[in-house]
Design a protein around this ligand. Sequence first.
Ligand code: SF4
Length: 236
Amino acid sequence: MKNQIAGKVSKIETMGLVDGPGVRTVVFLQGCPLRCLYCHNPEMQETFGKSDSYQAKDIVKIVKRYLPYYKKEGGVTFSGGEPLLQKEFLLETLKECKKEGINTCLDTSGIGSGYEEILDYVDLVILDVKACDKDLYNYITGGDFSLFLKFLETCQRKGKKMWLRQVIVPGINDNEESVKTLKKFASTLKNIQRIELLPYHSMAKEKYKQLGRNYPLAKTPEMDKKRCEELEKLLK
Ligand code: SF4
């Protein structure tokens, strides 16, 4: 049997209810090329940050333990960090999961390469739409909007089912115009099953302190949840 690739896994959560349909096991892969202002998992950004080493078969073993809870809709979600960063490990693990008939979700910002084959083993893509234009995108993430668009175009070409998500931050995108722009952006896409707005929270502040890093949104208040729900109604 050939040696399996080792993946760096930051954490595994079981019985998750928000990262995809049904009950899910969520595998957080270490490392992310972006530096979003509101990142609530800063400890997962560094490729060589604190993580555990797993092989695909180890992940499948854990995921299979919860099979009775998944029922029709549930399964496994790969999140992060940015799961596409560990593309070989992700591909191998997805293949093993599909062999077992497990539903697979990819929770991603779409930044990576070599994901054509990966997408063939993904049932649902949950895509973080950080912004709908390149300047705001770059301001929020420090990354290149064209890479995000390239991933999105690949998903569309392959007919992938998608959920879109956007974090709403006071003073950045907590206004009707911004949400309408997102709606317009989504209307040009197919197979979008859901669009969610997530209110920004500052719960990660302490994590930045522990990492000896400045908290980028130290002066920004948390997003009012009710207002966020109101804005979400504009998407209907
Ligand atoms: S893409 Fe996600 S993990 Fe990466 S920096 Fe942004 S919020 Fe953090």
